[in-house]
Design a protein around this ligand. Structure first.
Ligand SMILES: [Zn+2]
Length: 163
């Protein structure tokens, strides 16, 4: 298949979700969260990193990992926010919103593979690939690096409580 050599993702999805969600510690504005979460996605992709999917076709074998990765970010964030503020939807939604927006570019890459004819999705994908750092870290370095990033952003959520 022609897709085989394309690089699918950047950082893992849970890293994108957690880092994006942390932005809601600073703002509740939909516009600010949307823009900053998107920018943060591409900034993180531009840093050398490790990822478990190199090719789109790998999703078939690695789907349990993908499923865990999809669920881990929102679960950790929901757990943290409810722990901090209780079940207060007004506090919860900005975190889930900016987390989801931060994962969006990878969702669009997935859609591009499903709908290769769509020109807009192709343009977004080409930009995504352009920004994406081509140097991959080893599993050890890269995994540790993403754990550190996630801890820092999670810590920010706890240290910067919303008023
Ligand atoms: Zn990406």
């Amino acid at each position: 298949m022609f897709l085989v050599n394309l690089n699918l993702a950047g950082m893992i999805l849970s890293t994108h979700f957690i880092t994006g969600a942390a932005l809601a510690s600073f703002s509740d504005s939909v516009v600010i969260l949307f823009c900053s979460a998107l920018i943060l996605h591409f900034v993180l992709d531009a840093i050398p990193h490790w990822e478990y999917l190199d090719e789109f076709d790998e999703i078939k074998q690695k789907w349990p990992l993908v499923a865990i990765d999809i669920l881990l970010g929102p679960s950790l964030i929901l757990f943290s926010i409810v722990g901090l503020y209780g079940f207060d939807w007004l506090k919860i939604w900005p975190f889930l919103f900016s987390g989801a927006v931060s994962v969006l570019p990878d969702g669009l890459s997935f859609l591009h593979f499903m709908l290769p004819q769509n020109r807009l999705l192709e343009k977004v994908f080409v930009f995504h690939e352009f920004v994406h750092n081509k140097k991959n870290l080893s599993f050890k370095q890269g995994f540790l690096f993403q754990i550190v990033i996630n801890l820092v952003f999670l810590l920010a959520i706890f240290l910067l409580p919303k008023g």
